[in-house]
Design a protein. Structure first.
Ligand SMILES: [Zn+2]
Length: 284
């Protein structure tokens, strides 16, 4: 992913790149910025280790959007030259780089963090199960939105941490969002081909209407979450804190990790969701 980002920013000077913070393991959490508009949309992905296909999608979307801006006027029917001047898109493809690393590569027992993790969690085989960060905290249960203990100790998933925003990955996002004051936020997860738009009965003013438009364009279902999925997530916090439109998009179907070979299959439907969000954020 970092190589792809480097290639993109080397080739296209309209893409700006910076880091919004560091993970527990001191990996950068990169952000790509593109557009000239006053309205601001945040697209984010890979909150969960097994869900790295969302990061691959976001990088490919930035790449294709940029190439289309150079060569075409429309992309999936959207006037992209106009979009480019009316909205600035910020893309954080991988909020949880340590979790993705563990999900892909397993644990390195020569690493002190990983040894500590084994002792806390009590299992040895971490790939194929790992959703959390490298302290065993599930980033998408660590936001300050009805934060509560779902699981009471470090775990492959669903441990919300000692307190809300205890993790550097969570704080990287919340500090960034507070600073930039985004008009809309999309958090990409896998899987289910679903769009969530609500937190505990709260929504942004146009959330339902926009969720329905995104669903129409993509064939995804509009959903209201129930149970633990509905607490402590990024879009929950965004809706609660700012009262604006926040969405979770569950890309693709199958068992996590969805394979990288599925990228082409999920690309178009999610590109339409991203473009729809850009359009609605700019003009609705
Ligand atoms: Zn997820």
């Amino acid at each position: 992913m970092l190589k792809d980002i480097e290639m993109l920013t080397d080739n296209y000077n309209i893409i700006e790149r910076f880091s919004i913070g560091k993970s527990v393991m001191q990996k950068d959490i990169p952000c790509l910025k593109i557009g000239k508009g006053k309205k601001k949309l945040l697209l984010s992905g890979a909150y969960h280790g097994l869900e790295y296909l969302t990061a691959a999608f976001l990088i490919k979307f930035v790449s294709n959007y940029t190439v289309k801006l150079m060569t075409e006027t429309e992309y999936f029917g959207y006037d992209i030259k106009r979009l480019y001047s009316d909205i600035t898109v910020y893309v954080v493809p991988m909020v949880n780089p340590d979790g993705v690393d563990i999900a892909l590569n397993g644990l390195d027992i020569t690493n002190e963090y990983h040894r500590h993790l084994i002792s806390m969690v009590g299992i040895h085989s971490f790939n194929h199960v790992w959703q959390a960060n490298s302290r065993g905290v599930d980033i998408n249960h660590n936001f300050d939105a009805k934060w509560q203990m779902v699981v009471d100790k470090p775990s492959p998933s669903k441990y919300g941490g000692e307190y809300a925003e205890s993790e550097p990955e969570t704080r990287a996002i919340t500090e960034f969002v507070r600073k930039e004051q985004f008009d809309m936020l999309l958090a990409f997860h896998s899987q289910g081909r679903e769009i969530y738009y609500d937190f505990d009965g709260m929504t942004g003013e146009n959330s339902v209407e926009i969720a329905k438009k995104m669903a129409e364009e993509s064939g995804y279902a509009v959903c209201i979450p129930t149970g633990t999925a509905s607490y402590g997530g990024c879009k929950d916090w965004f809706i609660k804190e700012f009262g604006k439109e926040g969405f979770t998009v569950e890309i693709g179907t199958g068992q996590n990790p969805l394979p990288m070979s599925m990228l082409d299959e999920v690309y178009d439907e999610n590109a339409k969701i991203a473009l729809c969000a850009m359009h609605e954020c700019a003009y609705n």
